[in-house]
Design a protein around this ligand. Sequence first.
Ligand code: NAD
Length: 264
Amino acid sequence: KQGLMAGKRGLVMGLANDKSIAWGIARALAAEGAELAFSYQGEALKKRVEPLAASLGSSLVLPCDVGDETTIDTLFQSLQDEWGSLDFVVHAIGFSDKDQLRGRYADTTRDNFLMTMDISVYSFTAVARRAAAMMPQGGSLLTLTYYGAERVMPHYNVMGVAKAALEASVRYLAEDLGKDKIRVNAISAGPIKTLAASGIGDFRYIMKWNELNSPLRRNVTQEDVGNSALYLLSRLGAGVTGETHHVDAGYHVVGMKAVDAPDI
Ligand code: NAD
């Protein structure tokens, strides 16, 4: 195989269907010659993920529910047996009770707070530790976050708090693993219509708002995120770690969009 990722092997976690951000990333990596393994959450997703993986020439499709330490161990044991080492991991996983992705953050329950932090934050650390043990030559780890970590966005609520913790974990992991030449970064993606996003209240309105108010006057695509992921996961990103890189058509830099000034 030829390309920027030729000879590189990596795990993609969080593929649910062809709308998933993980799918945009997987396609960009495969197009540059990467060899991919995929993990899926539960039996119901297996039949969706297998054909997608096969279309990229991958037959290593393994179950893993990140809420369960034993399934994470089993996944990494399988990768150890199959490949022996790893070059990169993509973590495109997040979850919260959708009833709490609307209304007030103040009403978040303790149970959902802990579950959201467990699945959306701790899982990246749990995965990073095991992946690092399989990266004797160094490697690159990537997770997905959203601007709701930095600023209040409608309905994002407990997910915003979780993403803030995830972004902080990226910085701590970058320091812990940097000595071993392992880089750790996040992409903060603009809103994209996926299964997970459909759980967020008024998502269509949020997308329209981003389209109208971002410097590029458009929403980002799976391909945009995939190409930036390629940069962070390949040698092109060799000097970058601990970073939250915005792939959001520039939305995060805008305080207020210019309009034809009304007479005040
Ligand atoms: P998606 O629904 O396609 O992917 C979410 C994935 O998380 C699914 O594959 C699901 O199976 C997996 N998952 C949930 N709980 C899990 C568990 N316990 N164990 C294993 N896997 C589990 O949606 P997406 O939008 O592609 O989400 C991917 C990542 O991108 C998430 O972290 C999300 O927060 C982030 N993100 C999404 C957007 C957006 O607008 N879509 C923007 C910024 C960041």
